[in-house]
Design a protein around this ligand. Sequence first.
Ligand SMILES: [Zn+2]
Ligand SMILES: [Zn+2]
Length: 390
Amino acid sequence: MNKNKKQTSQKNATKVVGPTRADRGRRIFEHGGQVRRIDDIEYEVKSQTWPDRAYAVFRTERGWICSCPDHLEAGHTCKHIHAVDISIRMRQAVQTGTTIRQVDPTKCKHCGSHSIIRDCIRHFKKGDVQQYRCKDCKKRFTHNLGFEGKRATPEQVSTGIELLFAGMSTRKVATTLKGMGVTISHQTVLNWATQYAEIMERFADKILPRLGEQWRTDEVYVSVKGNPRYIFAMLDTETRYWIAKMVAEHKGNDDVAPMFAKAKDVAGKAPETLVSDGAANFHHAWREQYAPRNFLDKDTIHINQVEFDGVHHNNQMESFNGNTIRHREKVIRGLKREDSAILTGLQLYHNYVRGHLGLADHATPAEAAGINVQGDNKFLTMIQAAVQSD
Ligand SMILES: [Zn+2]
Ligand SMILES: [Zn+2]
């Protein structure tokens, strides 16, 4: 029985249509009452084969460990681990609608007390950082969390990154920051952007956005160092959230399934409807990744011909193309690799920073998806929250 299952799963990994382990984990979670949280590091997931059995899933330094054979013997990230992962993200999202809080500089980072005093200054190669001490819990801390050793202040760094992803050239950003009192090279701007986009992405990946049931794909042609490239995007129609991305060399035949899989992972579900153009690679990825999502009940529908004057005519795509990518070609030209963090930065900017004209009150797509980032400087809040949670 077990062996059989393993073989089927391995086939799934290489193209045969059918639920993946992540799909099964999601199904376990959606079934309800299967995942029991004991504490932050221990969960119990009911066996799907033996109703009276349960597997223990533990958080360790090396990631999750499950007591089932699929994990222990075969070393897979099993469906139980997937079920726990999604239940954690779901719990966070449901509990608070997810609020990403600002670091309050007048409070102790450890106990929240306001009785803090300046302590020694810590010296780093590139600059000094003020250290504080809490009179209540006696612990020491800095407020430069995530910006240790930077010559610029957290505000300057995060503002520079925001300007870059808003479409300003690295040289212009450097000039602007000079006006704010810090002299750095345009290369430093790019380094910051790369470093912090990666930090923020790791953090954003842990948050579950509440997305709608219709998603759409879009692509934009760009030239990267003289080479033709396509930036593909999976977008949620309701919130405009840019769920997943990839860079491809060809429009019609690159395998886009990884982007579909990533989007499903980010959203914790597959959409009821997917709208894309008629390209075969999109249809193939849809069949592989989304069609079998509701193997218990309803099916996913794929509308693979965008009707340009009909119901599915798509201003949203125009807006993605124009506002998110076209206005930022200066940034795109900085793309060196296909998986470049620069593209991640654009995605983060689109989701978390830029108010969307198509949304009520010009909310950000993240806000529309239930994720509230406190403060005006969204990137600063996110970087600090990210570093705090690492
Ligand atoms: Zn397991
Ligand atoms: Zn304290």
